[in-house]
Design a protein around this ligand. Structure first.
Ligand SMILES: C[S@@+](CC[C@H](N)C(=O)[O-])C[C@H]1O[C@@H](n2cnc3c(N)ncnc32)[C@H](O)[C@@H]1O
Length: 209
């Protein structure tokens, strides 16, 4: 089932999932497992599903999870990323992906801590952030004309320095990354810099928290 969210993503050129998949594809194998944090309608992990990975999804929205189920995803969990522990055993999943979600959170510590707990040593975590330079604002207001509602929202951008500190603190090492552009409207008049990071859970070193 193609949802209104999927149509909007296509119309606005939301390529976060493709960028994340492109960075990761050569490093994963069919049959491996992957956790999609904030799976939504499944866009962030659909290509991994097609590549033969077993996807476990987590999201706060039952409607999004229903849409996901209709696309063939079966292991879906209704859960708020702010609440720990997440409903997965430690070191029980090979890899993790998170696209289109970090912009809702000022502090990503809990997500990194839980992801480190859940994925196996040597496993990969690929994610997308709204990017900024160290001197640009961390929080930006996005007007109602771009949110498809009558409300403006606060969106959080994360600099390379912030991400480097977080990933190191929670036991990950950098593999590769790529900058790209996200558009806020179908006419593609308003854009925002984004960046996808591929990191690997360190082998044999506990996270320093
Ligand atoms: C913009 S969508 C991104 C969906 C998908 N990952 C993608 O790349 O298209 C953001 C998703 O994050 C979910 N989300 C937002 N806040 C959340 C929270 N606190 N816990 C779990 N999921 C959350 C929303 O329900 C939504 O499905």
């Amino acid at each position: 089932m193609i949802t209104a969210y999927d149509e909007e993503a296509e119309a606005t050129g939301w390529y976060g999932p493709e960028v994340a998949f492109g960075l990761t594809y050569a490093h994963v194998e069919p049959g491996q497992s992957m956790l999609d944090i904030g799976i939504g309608t499944g866009l962030g992990s659909l290509l991994f599903l097609k590549a033969g990975l077993k996807i476990h999804g987590m999201d706060i929205s039952p409607q999004m999870l229903d849409a996901c189920r209709s696309k063939g995803f079966s292991s879906l969990h209704l859960h708020d990323v702010n609440k720990t522990p997440y409903p997965f055993d430690s070191e029980s999943i090979d890899h993790a992906v998170c696209t289109g979600v970090f912009n809702f959170f000022s502090d990503l510590s809990l997500i990194f801590e839980e992801t480190n707990r859940i994925i196996r040593r040597g496993g990969l975590f690929v994610f997308v952030v709204g990017d900024r330079s160290e001197t640009e604002a961390h929080a930006v207001e996005v007007g109602a004309e771009y949110t498809k509602s009558d409300k403006s929202i606060t969106m959080y951008l994360h600099s390379k320095e912030q991400i480097a500190k977080l990933t190191a603190r929670y036991g990950f090492e950098s593999v590769r990354g790529l900058s790209f552009t996200v558009f806020m409207d179908r006419e593609r008049t308003k854009s925002m810099p984004a960046r996808s990071y591929l990191v690997r859970k360190r082998i044999g070193i506990e996270p320093v928290i």
